[in-house]
Design a protein around this ligand. Structure first.
Ligand SMILES: [Zn+2]
Length: 209
């Protein structure tokens, strides 16, 4: 019985269309074993995961860890990092894939990817009040240098979020958000604005509490 189980697991892994190995960007990365076309799902974000409800007492602490995904349907997805998956994708300022946080979370092809290419996504991380930021090592011509969008609590307080859209009456904050939105559009990652919006909503809630 246990032998049968082990064989099933091995087969599942050999069918994965990606491999996980050392990346020139950073640490372990995700690499295509075959070509992908836009729209295709490449790999699950976390084949093994814990899904917490956003109001779970452990959710706040989990949300602060690096690979946790804020799902758009009110869940926090915490990958079991003993099992490789899309959570190993490196960030790039010119990514070839999209990270979707709905359901179980998945990595989807954004533009044609050749076998052997590294799969990269846009994290949509937000840093608060200039807190330690992550240098971006993606090497793209359009690299912003830093992974995060830095937002102060004052900025966040001036932003309203209605059905995933960001709006503000403050001209300075509006200009900052518009510049970022424009950049995201230029790299085909408009959907990251929803990730930013969810984070800003949480920042406002934490601030109030
Ligand atoms: Zn970059």
């Amino acid at each position: 019985m246990s032998q049968k189980k082990a064989r099933a697991r091995k087969a599942m892994f050999s069918l994965l269309p990606v491999e996980f190995r050392q990346s020139a960007i950073e640490g372990r990365g995700v690499f295509a074993k075959r070509a992908f076309q836009p729209g295709e799902t490449i790999v699950a974000y976390a084949p093994k995961q814990t899904k917490l409800s956003a109001d779970d007492p452990g959710a706040e602490a989990a949300a602060a860890t690096r690979f946790t995904l804020m799902s758009q349907d009110g869940f926090v997805i915490v990958p079991d990092t003993s099992v490789p998956g899309g959570w190993l994708c490196n960030h790039s300022c010119a990514p070839n894939a999209l990270l979707f946080a709905s359901g179980e979370g998945r990595i989807q092809c954004a533009r044609p990817i050749a076998a052997g290419e590294e799969i990269t996504i846009y994290y949509g991380w937000v840093s608060r009040n200039g807190a330690p930021r992550t240098p971006c090592l993606c090497g793209a011509e359009t690299c912003r240098g830093i992974v995060e969008l830095d937002v102060t609590h004052e900025d966040a307080a001036r932003v309203d979020v209605t059905s995933g859209n960001l709006a503000t009456r403050d001209a300075r904050v509006a200009a900052k958000l518009e510049e970022y939105a424009e950049f995201l559009r230029s790299i085909g990652q408009e959907h990251v604005q929803r990730t930013i919006a969810s984070t800003l909503v949480r920042m406002k809630q934490v601030n109030r509490g």
